[in-house]
Each structure stands twice: as structure tokens, then as C-alpha cells.
Write a protein that binds this ligand. Sequence first.
Ligand SMILES: [Zn+2]
Length: 352
Amino acid sequence: MVIHQNFIGGNISVKEIDGDTVILENELRDTTGDWFYWAFCVEGAENRTLTFRFQPSRLGYFGPAVSYDLENWHWLHHVEGDSFTYTFCAEESKVYFAHSMLYHPSRFMNFADKHHLQVEELCKGYKGSSIPCIKFGEGNTSIILTARHHACESTGNYVLEGVLEELLADPIPDATVFCVPFVDFEGVIRGDQGKNRAPHDQNRDYATEKEAIYPECNAIKEYAEAHGCHYGFDFHAPWHKGGQNDTVFIVQNRIEQLDLLNKFGSLLEKTISADSLKYEHKNDYPPETGWNIPNAQFANYMATRAENVVAFTLETTYFGTPDNEVSIDKLIELGRCFAKTFKKYNETEQPL
Ligand SMILES: [Zn+2]
């Protein structure tokens, strides 16, 4: 049997194997403080029943996300405290387990192919990789969409995919959409936490008065300089779980835009369909409270630009709750509902 992290998004350290019990820890790498992301692959465990044990606060409500191909994911729906037990059947020669449902970059490439979108290079990343971006539509309204400023936050990619699908199916007139689906692509492929990197992470790299330390963030700032950013939406996942982290919420970053943010939230709640992950406006995070202090985030940088109408972060839970459980289909539908809301909002509230 082999337990390894040799795949896109892999992150695990095997501490001990004691009979059928495997003691695991996730790798924090350059993250300061604690974080919870992990993903590993088990090969050659056919017909065995193994218990995997973690440090505290590593497993979600429904146990690990399970996959055979890194593309389709389901919850194990079994968890006991900081452990889960899995029985590998005779055909299961290779099984992936992860903190949450990973979003493989090849899924985005396939999405782009299907929609005849050309994937271009934004820039070389901070470790030399080619950072993908796409652009579609032509017009005076500039829309910038991003995800994975924090490498581990894969739910944001599924929501973003739904947003793109809807904007492609029913485009906004006179608008150009620019999208960087994996801002910390380097971290996504290596399976980094990404959050709270030292000395700061990608979503603290948008200071107006100085150069970013990550070339990806500089390239996005340069795009906004050249084309403007009337609307900027950044798709994230919150902390591991509990309370507000189990919901979908808008981070209301600018007190000056509070009316607009409240209108957007009310409209989004009304637009959510039965097939979507649920969203309630009351869960939105009010400005200048708790951790929600304007900082050098993407959304804050865009929101303070002169031409900007609104820019914010949407946080989407990793797991949800038993009555509102995360699935790939529900995340994508949430994205479609988000885009429909944005179109209504653009038509009724702030015509450009
Ligand atoms: Zn984040």
C-alpha cells in the first residue's frame, strides 16, 4: 500500500502506520499559524479496511471528499471525531481523499474548450508556471472575475464556473469579461494551503502604493489600470467550518458601497433557485467588523478604483450543513444564480 501526495493538489504527511490505522498530518508549508487543507491518494489497499486519523479540525461534517479520478467527488458521509474509516473494495486500487471537493485545473481547461474560449497566459507565476486567464465579450464595461487567491479554496472555482457559464449563455451587452481562475496557480498545483503565506498571501498583495510581491497580482492590477474594473468579484471559501463558515456570504468590504451591497444581497437571495446551494442575505459579513477590515485585498483594491461600481468577495462554505449540503452541481448552480443576479442588478440599479 502507498499513501502519497504526488498529484495536482496533493498535501499530506504520513506520521505513522500502526496496523490498519494511519496517522496523518497536513503540511502547512509557508502558512503562518494553523490551517486545515489536505488531500492524499491511497494505492494498493484493495480489500482492506483502514482508519485515517488527523490532528483536530481537519475533517468536515460529512467526512472526506472521495474521488477516483480527481474530477468527480462525493462525500464519504462517515466521520468519527478526527478519524474516518474506509473499506477499499476489490476494484479500488486508487482512491483520492480530500478535505473538500477539489477543482482540478484540467476541469477549467475542458470548460474553456467546450465554450471555445482561448486560455491565455496572464504572466509567469512566482515559481515560473504559466498562469492561465481567459477573456470574452467586447465592450466598455469591464468585469474582472477571480478565484483561488487562496490556493486551497476550491469551492470558489465551481461557483466561478457557473458564473462564466451563465455570462456566456446570456451575455451582458457592451461588456468585457476578464477571468483569472487560479490566481495562486502555483499553490493550487502544489497543494499548498495558500492562506496566510509568509510574508503575506496573494489576497493581501493589492496595496495601491506599492508593487505586489506576486507577479500574478501585479498582472491583475495592470489589467485593471489598462481596462478599468467596473465590477470585480473574487470567489473564496471561508474558514474550515462552524457558524457563518457553513454558509454562503458576501463580505461587505466598503461602508461607502453598503447600499449597493445590500441590494445585491437581497437580489441574490431572491434569485437563488431550488437546485442551488442556499444563500441568505442575513449571513453577509458587515463592513468594518471582526476580521472584515479593509486591507490590501483584491476586492478592496478594485472597489476603491474611481470607475468601480461594486467589488466584493463571495465566500462559499466547503461543506454546508445537513439541510444544505455542498455538491458540485449546487456550487455551479449558485454561480449561475450569482451571474443572473449580477445581470439584474446591472440593469436595474446601476446602468452604465
Ligand atoms: Zn480566501
